[in-house]
Design a protein around this ligand. Structure first.
Ligand code: ADP
Length: 394
C-alpha cells in the first residue's frame, strides 16, 4: 500500500509512505515527511497495532499524516483513492457518497482481490478524516470509451448480459496521464487526430490505443491477466490450456488461474526472476533462459503494438512508461527492432541517455513530420489521483 500527501497545484510530494506485507504478522509501514527546509527526512517506521490489515495500517498511517499536517499548518482538502475496478458504472473519477460506494461494492465480483481492499482503505480513511471528501479514481474508467467491437468477447451472449463478461482494461490512470503528457511534449496537446500507443510496462503490463485523448482499445480485458507477457502473469494464451492442464494434472480452475497470475510471465519463462533488472543482467551475461524471456516479452509487445494500428489507422508516437518502459534500454531497443517497418528506428545514444523516464524521444529523425517517434515519459498515477480529488472537491 502506498500513500502520499500531494500539493495538487504543483504536484509536490509533502509526505510519502509505504506499507508492505499488509494483512500478515510481518506487516510493516514507514513514512517520510518534508521538513521546513523543503527536503525529505529519513524514512521512519510506524508502530502498527494489532490490526495489520488495510484498515488498521491506514488508520495508523493517516493519524501520523494528520499530526504532521497540524504541525505544519497544511490543510488536507480531499482524499483520493485508487480503486481497481469500476465496471461499467464509472467512466470518470467520482466523489464517494453512499450510492457510489454501493456501486463500487457491486464491482467486487469483477475484482474479488482488489476492490474489497480498496473499500477497506476508503472506510479506514473516512473514519480518520470524516470531514473531507473521498474520491475514487478507477483503473478501468479511462477505457470506458472503447467501442463494442473492441470490448466484446465472442462468447455466449448471456455471459456478457448476466455476468458482465467483456473487456474493461486497466492502468487507465497511467495511460491517461502519459498520453496527455506525451501529447504536450510533442506540442500536440488537444489535437483530436493525435494517434498514440501507450505502453505501461511495470510488474503488470498493458497497452492502450489513444486517439485525441480517448482510449479506443487496450490489451487487458475482464481481468489484468489478458494481453502482454508480464512479470508473473502469462498474458494471452489459448483458453484451451486450462482444460488441458486440468485433464493432465487434476489441478482445479483456481489453482491454474493462480499459476497463470503468479508463476507465469517472465518468471515462468526464465525460471529465474520476474524482475527485468535481474533478467537484463543475466541475459547480458549469456543466460539463455533470460534471453528467451526477454525475446518472448518484446516480440509479444511489438506484435500487440502493431495490432493497435487497426483502431488508430496509423501512429504518431509510441510512448514507453512504467518501471520497465522508463528504464530498460534493452526492452525498448528490442521492441523497436521489431517495428522498423512502421518507420520507428531506435537512436542508440538517445535510448541509453533515457533512464528513470526522463529523456524524451529515443528514435531517429524526431523532426520529420511523417515518421512516428518513440518517446519515454515517467508515469505519475499519484498526481492524477490527487488532481482528480482536488478538482472534484472544489
Ligand atoms: P508496478 O507495476 O508494481 O508499479 P514498476 O512500474 O515499478 O512496478 O515496474 C517494476 C518493473 O520495472 C520490474 O520488472 C523492474 O525490474 C523494472 N525496472 C525497474 N528499474 C529497472 C531498470 N533500471 N532496468 C530494467 N528494469 C527495471
Amino acid at each position: 500500500m502506498k500513500f502520499a500527501v500531494v500539493d495538487p497545484q504543483n504536484g509536490a510530494r509533502l509526505v510519502t509512505g509505504l506499507a508492505e506485507r499488509v494483512g500478515t504478522r510481518e506487516a510493516s509501514a514507514s513514512v517520510r515527511f518534508v521538513g521546513t527546509d523543503g527536503q525529505f527526512g529519513q524514512a521512519a517506521a510506524l508502530e502498527l497495532g494489532d490490526d495489520t490489515g488495510h484498515r488498521g495500517v491506514l488508520a495508523v498511517a493517516l493519524a501520523a499524516v494528520q499530526e504532521w499536517a497540524r504541525e505544519h499548518a497544511v490543510e488536507l482538502v480531499a482524499t483520493g483513492h485508487r480503486v481497481v475496478h469500476g465496471g461499467e458504472a464509472f467512466s470518470a473519477s467520482v466523489v464517494l457518497d453512499e450510492e457510489a460506494m454501493d456501486a463500487v461494492r457491486e464491482c467486487i465480483p469483477l475484482a474479488p482481490l482488489h476492490n474489497p481492499a480498496n473499500i477497506a482503505g476508503v472506510e479506514a480513511a473516512r473514519a480518520v478524516l470524516p470531514d473531507v471528501p473521498h474520491v475514487a479514481v478507477f483503473d478501468t474508467a479511462f477505457h470506458q470509451t472503447m467501442p463494442a467491437q473492441a470490448y466484446r468477447y465472442a462468447v455466449p451472449a448471456e455471459w456478457a448480459r448476466d455476468y458482465g463478461v467483456r473487456r474493461y482494461g486497466f492502468h487507465g490512470t497511467s495511460h491517461r496521464y502519459v498520453s496527455a503528457r506525451a501529447a504536450r511534449e510533442l506540442g500536440r496537446y488537444g489535437d483530436p487526430g493525435l494517434r498514440l500507443v501507450t505502453a505501461h510496462l511495470g510488474n503488470g503490463c498493458s497497452l492502450a490505443a489513444v486517439k485525441g485523448g480517448r482510449s479506443l482499445d487496450t490489451s487487458m480485458g475482464l481481468t489484468p491477466l489478458e494481453g502482454l507477457v508480464m512479470g508473473t502473469r502469462s498474458g494471452d494464451l489459448d483458453p484451451g490450456v486450462l482444460g488441458y492442464i486440468h485433464d493432465r494434472t487434476g489441478a482445479d480452475i483456481s489453482a491454474i488461474t493462480a499459476d497463470l497470475n503468479k508463476r507465469s510471465g517472465l518468471l515462468g519463462l526464465s525460471g529465474i526472476s520476474n524482475d527485468m533488472r535481474t533478467l537484463d543482467e543475466a541475459a547480458e551475461a549469456g543466460d539463455e533462459r533470460a534471453q528467451l524471456a526477454i525475446e518472448v516479452f518484446t516480440y509479444r509487445l511489438a506484435k500487440y503494438i502493431a495490432a493497435l494500428m487497426v483502431p488508430l489507422q496509423g501512429l504518431d508516437a509510441l510512448v514507453f512508461t512504467g518501471g520497465i518502459g522508463e528504464n530498460s534500454t534493452t526492452v525498448r531497443s528490442a521492441t523497436l527492432g521489431h517495428l522498423r517497418y512502421l518507420g520507428l528506428e531506435v537512436d542508440p545514444a538517445a535510448n541509453q541517455r533515457c533512464i528513470r523516464g526522463e529523456g524524451g524521444i529515443i528514435t531517429r529523425d524526431p523532426d520529420s513530420t511523417r515518421a512516428p517517434v518513440a518517446i519515454v515519459v515517467p508515469t505519475d498515477e499519484e498526481l492524477v489521483i490527487a488532481r482528480d480529488a482536488a478538482a472534484l472537491t472544489r
